[in-house]
Design a protein. Structure first.
Length: 250
């Protein structure tokens, strides 16, 4: 069965969704003062994507103050707004390599960073983890700088997967929509929390399901591809934001 095409996205829709994802990340405690980034490509403008204005906290991001940059990190909307060089060093490389995705999320989330320090990475110890079974690459730590050679290695390790664990740094996920990327990060953070708590409570005695069952569960989760992660959840998350943190649509 072929999946019917989805209606094209507009820049206005992407702006609202990306601002919402920043606010939700702040509510979840995933932010790191003014560091780390969520970015999204601009529909109809190849090589151009939206990112946060450097210096704003996540709960200050709104649709109108997102900045347009190209994959080289140049601000192209005439605003002259400051952007963090590390934001486009990582995000620009991923957007350039993965035109199939709309959104890239890289965070220093507490449980995600801890997971990135484990040599075994994410294990099939929870149902949340099954969605990402076999869908995460690994990238070894190379310091703060991220030059062209490291960018090539990072995107090679990401490949066509849903994300990559940046060792001693933090998780990165991609999504065909902002909503999908956000939900994958939500699942990864929940899975990491469950795994690390279990490992702390019962060292050496944590069980996981067999790889074949983990793969089966992943296939059940993604189904025939007509429904993406975030399709069902995103409207509810936006309603929550409208109640507790309005202003992201401005």
């Amino acid at each position: 069965m072929t999946t019917p095409p989805r209606p094209p996205r507009t820049e206005a829709q992407v702006r609202v969704d990306l601002a919402a994802a920043y606010r939700l990340a702040a509510l979840n405690g995933w932010d790191d003062t003014v560091y780390t980034h969520l970015s999204a490509r601009v529909p109809g403008e190849p090589g151009v994507y939206l990112i946060n204005r450097f210096g704003l906290a996540f709960d200050e991001v709104s649709a109108s103050n997102l900045v347009k940059v190209d994959v080289a990190g140049r601000v192209v909307d005439g605003s002259g707004a400051p952007v963090n060089p590390s934001g486009f060093a990582i995000h620009g490389a991923v957007h350039a390599a993965r035109p199939d995705v709309e959104c890239v999320i890289h965070l220093h989330s507490p449980w995600g960073v801890a997971l990135c320090a484990l040599p075994e990475g994410l294990l099939p110890t929870s149902q949340w983890a099954m969605r990402l079974w076999g869908r995460l690459g690994r990238h070894p730590y190379e310091g703060l700088a991220l030059g062209a050679d490291e960018q090539r290695r990072l995107v090679q390790r990401l490949g066509s997967l849903d994300g990559v664990l940046l060792e001693h740094h933090g998780p990165l996920v991609v999504g065909r929509t902002v909503a999908e990327a956000y939900m994958l990060m939500h699942l990864l953070e929940r899975a990491a929390q469950a795994q690390l708590r279990a490992m702390a409570a019962a060292p050496g005695r944590v069980t996981g399901v067999a790889p074949a069952l983990a793969e089966t569960t992943y296939r059940q989760w993604v189904g025939d591809g007509r429904e993406w992660d975030g399709d069902v959840e995103w409207p509810a998350l936006l309603r929550r934001l409208d109640r507790v943190m309005p202003g992201y649509r401005d």
